[in-house]
Ligand binder design. Structure first.
Ligand code: ZN
Length: 434
């Protein structure tokens, strides 16, 4: 397939370039100012359109997709711990296989419409653990996106829950080594994991040649718990357990000090920054300016619109006066692409020969020229997911002329509403559990 006459945008190296692309077997095989179609090759003309690499969400929870508009819990949460207790730890217990499937499906539909082509997810459904990642994989595959999945190991659901969680990670990671699906060992957070469970997560990840995906100091309660129970710094507990390493993702790190961040960075860890979620949970602004280059932007379950998320990341950086430049913040988007590339054994985030054919077409009616110098200004102040018309993943169109390819989207959304009603009913009936 030949894609011609588009303007290619690259955030990774800040270029704006008129060029044609040849796509074969899911990979970009040629890029030049003018490519001639060979016999039998289909040519698609994208004159006046912009093409950019697919976006990646570096940390999300697809299981929260059916929580949109959900009735508030009977008790109004007053802090982060209560938000978990009354909302998310009740919602996750209300999920069954059907709910996992539809919440993933609608979450992925939304992602595709926003030009997000890969998702790094952290999943929990304590009453449906075994097989849950497989069900999510089916839903992601139906739409055609890429996914790095993990199951959240925690002691909240007893020994059996923790054991089933470990097994689910082992099964999934063992079978999925890229390029469409990958896996990590999911761990909830230090404050819900005993030494045994945390160590088991690290050991499993090591045995599988994988990493751990864990929430870290999202709120001060995580460190406070660690100090009270173990008398040590949270990052030292994670280091001692063997959690830190180059495939490990530390979510949030809102309340880690600079020495802790240095330790994690030196171990090669990745940081997932979720600006909107942190604002929504009022947990504070993460010291993202101290995290180095391995920062991946995530949504933490607030959809998968990375155009939207990066705007907030930028405005929060401005508001927080942390000295980050617009290039640093845009780097969180390319960070997520680099992270997913490593975890999926492929090359995302660039439209160069040899890279994966994951791309987004924008019909962006700009009133001013787009240049390498002002590309990031357009990203923050002009572009948005409303201009996404087409999306390709692995050389296949998943969105064509604003229509999701190969699925009956209306029917899926109607089914999701039916399933959501059941989830909400169970949510309202379940007693809160800390
Ligand atoms: Zn999260």
């Amino acid at each position: 397939m030949l894609l011609t006459n588009a303007t290619l945008l690259s955030l990774a190296n800040s270029t704006v370039q008129r060029a044609d692309l040849r796509i074969e077997k899911g990979v970009v095989t040629a890029k030049a100012s003018k490519l001639k179609a060979v016999a039998g090759e289909r040519t698609l003309d994208f004159s006046g359109r912009f093409l950019m690499p697919g976006m990646v969400c570096g940390h999300t929870h697809l299981y929260s997709a059916l929580a949109r508009g959900m009735p508030m819990p009977k008790k109004v949460p007053r802090n982060f711990y209560e938000i978990l207790k009354y909302v998310w730890w009740t919602l996750d217990r209300a999920l069954d296989d059907e709910a996992d499937y539809y919440s993933t499906l609608v979450g992925v539909l939304d992602a595709a419409r926003c030009g997000t082509t890969a998702l790094i997810d952290h999943h929990a459904s304590p009453n449906f653990i075994r097989g849950s990642l497989g069900v999510m994989g089916e839903a992601i595959e139906k739409i055609g996106l890429r996914g790095v999945l993990c199951y959240e190991v925690t002691d909240r659901n007893g020994l059996r829950g923790a054991k089933l969680g470990l097994e689910e990670n082992e099964t999934w990671v063992g079978k999925n080594r890229g390029p469409m699906f990958g896996g990590l060992v999911g761990a909830h957070a230090s404050f819900t994991l005993s030494d045994e469970s945390l160590g088991a997560c690290a050991d499993l990840a090591e045995g599988l040649g994988s990493g751990v995906h864990i929430h870290v100091a999202e709120d001060p309660c995580d460190q406070a718990d660690c100090t009270a129970k173990y008398g040590e710094k949270l990052i030292d507990r994670l280091a001692d357990a063997g959690v830190l390493g180059p495939k490990t993702i530390l979510g949030h790190c809102t309340h880690l000090d600079s020495a802790s961040l240095d330790l994690a960075r030196d171990a090669g860890c990745w940081f997932a920054h979720n600006t909107r979620s942190n604002m929504n949970n009022a947990v504070g602004y993460a010291p993202v300016h101290l995290m180095g280059r391995q920062v991946a932007l995530g949504t933490d379950g607030i959809g998968a619109d990375m155009f939207e998320e990066v705007k907030f990341a930028w405005f929060k950086a401005r508001d927080g006066r942390n000295g980050l430049g617009i290039g640093d913040v845009a780097g969180f988007l390319t960070g997520a692409q680099n992270l997913a590339s490593m975890l999926l054994n492929t090359r995302l985030g660039m439209l160069e020969p040899g890279c994966a054919a994951d791309l987004v077409v924008l019909d962006y009616p700009t009133p001013t020229a787009v240049t390498p110098q002002n590309l990031l200004g357009h990203l923050i102040f002009g572009m948005s997911s409303q201009f996404v018309t087409d999306v390709m993943v692995n050389g296949k169109w998943v969105l064509k002329n604003r229509e999701v390819v190969g699925v009956d989207e209306e029917r899926i959304r109607a089914e999701a509403q039916r399933v959501a009603k059941k989830v909400w009913r169970r949510f309202q009936q379940l007693p809160a559990r800390g």
